[in-house]
Design a protein around this ligand. Structure first.
Ligand SMILES: Nc1ncnc2c1ncn2[C@@H]1O[C@H](COP(=O)(O)OP(=O)(O)OP(=O)(O)O)[C@@H](O)[C@H]1O
Ligand SMILES: [Mg+2]
Length: 291
């Protein structure tokens, strides 16, 4: 009878060890992964003036992809203006966006920011000039303030409040039980979709980077939140080079240039009214309400 309890604990211990081993295997697999995009210390910092972005004959194929996701793309993203990318699912919009902060390395062609090849400048300086607002927002199981500070660790209370005001997030934060000190739960589970979006916009505003990459969320919001998010985006993108993957007509109408993508190619560009007349692909996207 006395040996029963120790044997039971041994069995539990065994289970804990195996769980640990399985977890360690997964972690080491990530740690041992070879770094493909290296930051070379000798590279100079990226110097930004207007933040014009240029793609020259850029092609990219994912390792596991059958075909190139982006095919010999030539593209000028004008500095301090809004450029919108539109196209069906799988057209290559996110791929183009992911190449700019060098999340992936193109197989051929060059990407230049203010005439500097992005592979010849330090990775840290490149990414410090870019704010990314993606479809799936990553928030931490921490309070509102710390979630925003993630973009600028030395931000003052005033800076945070100001960014939240511009992002139209201040008003809902003030109604939370502990305001800026309220824990928002894992991945912001205690917030609505529109609130999460506005928090991520506040984060981008506080970073104050000259280049904004915005993957507009597809999930629909009610009219009121929609307007607030649109205002927040307007404040964020003012005088910044903005590349937006647009799903909403309101965004598209604000864009200075719209790029239409299909199967990894650019099949049209221009303004909304002009494209409706000249591009069959754009007209079809519009009539099927993809945008
Ligand atoms: N990580 C990946 N590995 C392999 N293939 C991928 C990967 N990501 C995307 N692709 C493929 O590359 C092509 C372009 O994908 P991309 O994500 O750029 O499309 P998208 O225009 O952003 O589409 P959506 O509107 O659905 O977001 C697609 O054919 C897709 O299947
Ligand atoms: Mg995408």
């Amino acid at each position: 009878m006395l040996s029963y309890q120790p044997i039971r604990s041994l069995a539990t211990l065994n289970m804990a060890i195996y769980q640990g081993v399985a977890a360690a295997e997964r972690i080491f697999k990530i740690i041992d992964e070879k770094i493909q995009i290296k930051d070379e210390e000798k590279f100079p910092e990226l110097k930004v003036k207007n933040a014009d972005i240029k793609f020259q004959d850029v092609s990219f194929q994912y390792k596991t992809g059958k075909d190139s996701a982006v095919k010999k793309i030539n593209l000028n993203i004008e500095g301090e203006k809004i450029t919108a990318l539109v196209g069906h699912s799988g057209a290559g919009k996110s791929t183009i966006m992911n190449l700019i902060p060098r999340f992936y390395q193109q197989q051929s062609g060059n990407i230049l920011i203010d005439s500097q090849d992005i592979t010849k400048v330090s990775l840290h300086s490149l990414r410090s000039k870019i704010s990314l607002v993606s479809q799936d927002i990553i928030l931490f199981d921490d309070n509102v303030e710390n979630n925003i500070k993630y973009a600028k660790s030395d931000a003052t209370q005033d800076e945070i409040k100001n960014a939240c005001k511009l992002a139209a997030a201040d008003e809902f934060i003030e109604t939370l039980p502990e305001k800026y000190k309220t824990n928002i739960g894992e991945n912001g589970i205690r917030l609505s979709g529109g609130q999460k979006q506005r928090l991520s916009i506040a984060r981008a505003i506080i970073k104050n980077a000259p280049i904004i990459l915005l993957d507009e969320a597809t999930s629909s919001l009610d009219a009121e939140s929609e307007e607030k998010v649109q205002n927040a985006i307007f404040n964020l993108t003012k005088n910044k080079t903005t590349l937006v993957i647009a799903h909403r007509l309101s965004t598209i109408k604000k864009a200075n240039n719209i790029i239409v993508m299909k199967d990894g190619n650019i099949v049209g560009s221009g303004k909304h009214d002009q494209l409706l007349k000249t591009s069959k692909d754009y007209e079809s996207l519009y009539s099927k309400q993809v945008i």
